[in-house]
Design a protein around this ligand. Structure first.
Ligand SMILES: *Cc1c(COP(=O)(O)O)cnc(C)c1O
Ligand SMILES: [Zn+2]
Length: 478
């Protein structure tokens, strides 16, 4: 192995650094780079914390929460700006993202097998574009503005493109959105957003992994700014989801954070948030992290669970991943799950996620589409609704409870990543009475029963019949 590159000490307070410990190339934040120019590895935003003004206690952030008039304090991302200090405040692009909430959900907790008061749902569907992606977009758009980028692009299973489109349409810095999606793979609510907000929408024949591959090529060739979560600034914004969880718990870390895993940006960001908070002495206990794959897109679960892949101080054995991907290709295997937001086989942030799992004593599980849809129905009935991918967190928590990995008395936060109305097709197929539609949308994916279906009652257009069916329903309710 060649000796590590010696980089001169940097004078900037924030810069990019290659994740590879044998490389550690650094770059200034005024550069545009989505991979290390020396070795191609992922890049991290790092800070010279010793020279930065960091609050002494997390509770110091609390005062900003009530300040609704200053946009940077109103934002649920930027009121924590001392913990992501890569941008001059006057360059920050914000549309009021991160006004989200942590909800105690006892009915959902009962389904999962938790004691009362122990299960909480962090509802990121309240963001302007309806998913957690806005937390990352505000940071990446801020960086795009810093470097003078105008054309911004992403490949997307839907929510990244929705967030990108919203940030372009709702700001006046001349940003133009270009979106790559796989054919037939995007939920209607999300496609509707991309179109309605005026994004150039390029539908390629292929799936997300194909679209991701192409957008990187196009971004390279045309010098377009890339907004996928390989963009390290995205993850800086997404760290704040954890800050808000802590804030809602009066700065007392929960025992568990449970999050769905797709491209693994969120889990990576959460890990980085806790690594930094611990380093800064702002927390003394780190929550455990559970990352939940959907069966049908279970690369992380396979690599970590079956093939024993781990962080190894920054030198995970990537050959394990390469040979796994080769086998997928040989088998012509494509990601497939009703949870379209996590229908991803080649997670770009794999390495960073391994770091997060290592630091947070993490676990990885996969859950079936049946478990996801059932959990989603329980969330809808006992919490704020979510889309299928989000419900993987609740299904995963239930699995971990059943295995005894999570105790009923522990404090668990499941991240509801996206809004219920993102994917009405899945919801209506599950609850509806149209059996053909059920088969087409869910049955074809191995979902056999809609155990928690809330069926619409179909009655003739007759007052007596209507009254009778209401009486019948009220009786069955007891
Ligand atoms: C993007 C997305 C995910 C996956 O998050 P990653 O950071 O890619 O792992 C999960 N749920 C929803 C609703 C999403 O939009
Ligand atoms: Zn490198």
């Amino acid at each position: 192995m060649s000796p590590p590159t010696i980089t001169p000490p940097r004078t900037d307070l924030a810069y990019l650094c290659c994740l590879n410990p044998a490389c550690r190339t650094t770059l200034s934040v005024d550069r545009v780079a989505f991979a290390c120019p020396e070795c191609g590895d992922l890049l991290d935003v790092v800070y010279d914390w010793d020279r930065l003004p960091v609050p002494k206690r997390l509770s110091d952030f609390q005062a900003k929460w009530a300040d609704r008039l200053e946009p940077l304090n109103f934002s649920g991302v930027w009121r924590f700006r001392e913990l992501l200090p890569f941008a001059p405040p006057e360059q920050i692009v914000t549309i009021g993202e991160g006004q989200t909430l942590l909800q105690v959900a006892d009915k959902v907790g009962q389904y999962v097998g938790m004691n009362p008061g122990r299960l909480r749902l962090q509802y990121e569907g309240m963001n302007p574009s309806g998913s957690f992606k806005d937390n990352g977009m505000t940071a990446a758009f801020t960086h795009a503005r810093m470097v003078g980028a105008k054309r911004v692009a992403c490949a997307s299973t839907g929510n990244t493109s929705a967030a990108l489109a919203v940030f372009c349409s709702a700001t006046s810095f001349g940003f133009k959105a270009i979106i790559f999606i796989g054919s037939g793979k995007i939920a209607y609510g999300k496609l509707a957003q991309a179109l309605d907000h005026g994004a150039l929408t390029i539908q390629i024949v292929g799936d997300f992994d194909d679209a991701m591959h192409r957008v990187r090529q196009v971004a390279d060739r045309l010098g377009i700014y890339l907004m996928n979560s390989v963009n390290p600034y995205r993850l800086e914004g997404q760290k704040t989801i954890m800050y808000r969880v802590l804030e809602a718990l009066a700065w007392e870390p929960p025992d568990w954070i449970v999050v769905p895993g797709g491209n693994l940006g969120n889990s990576s960001a959460f890990g980085k948030a806790f690594i930094e908070l611990k380093h800064l002495g702002l927390i003394d206990r780190v929550p455990r992290l559970a990352v939940i794959n959907a069966a049908g897109a279970q690369t992380l679960e396979q690599l970590v669970g079956t093939h024993g892949m781990s962080w190894l101080d920054g030198l995970p054995d990537m050959k394990v991943a390469d040979s796994y991907y080769m086998k997928l290709d040989e088998a012509g295997s494509k990601a497939s799950t009703i949870a379209s937001a996590i229908e991803i086989n080649r997670p770009v942030n794999l390495k960073k996620c391994l770091r997060a799992l290592d630091f947070c004593d993490g676990v990885v599980r996969q859950v079936s589409d049946q478990e996801i849809m059932d959990a989603k129905a329980r969330v809808g009935a006992g919490g704020l609704g979510c889309e299928p991918a989000s419900a993987a967190s609740v299904a995963g928590a239930k699995r971990l409870r059943e295995e005894g990995v999570i105790a009923p008395s522990e404090s668990v936060v499941c991240i509801l990543t996206g809004h219920q109305l993102k994917d009405p097709t899945a919801t209506v197929a599950y609850h509806g009475t149209d059996q053909d539609n059920f088969e087409k949308v869910l049955g074809s994916r191995g979902v056999r029963r809609a155990g928690f279906a809330n069926r619409p009652v179909i009655v003739p257009n007759d007052l007596d019949d209507i009254i009778r069916s209401i009486a019948l329903y009220s009786e069955s309710e007891g």
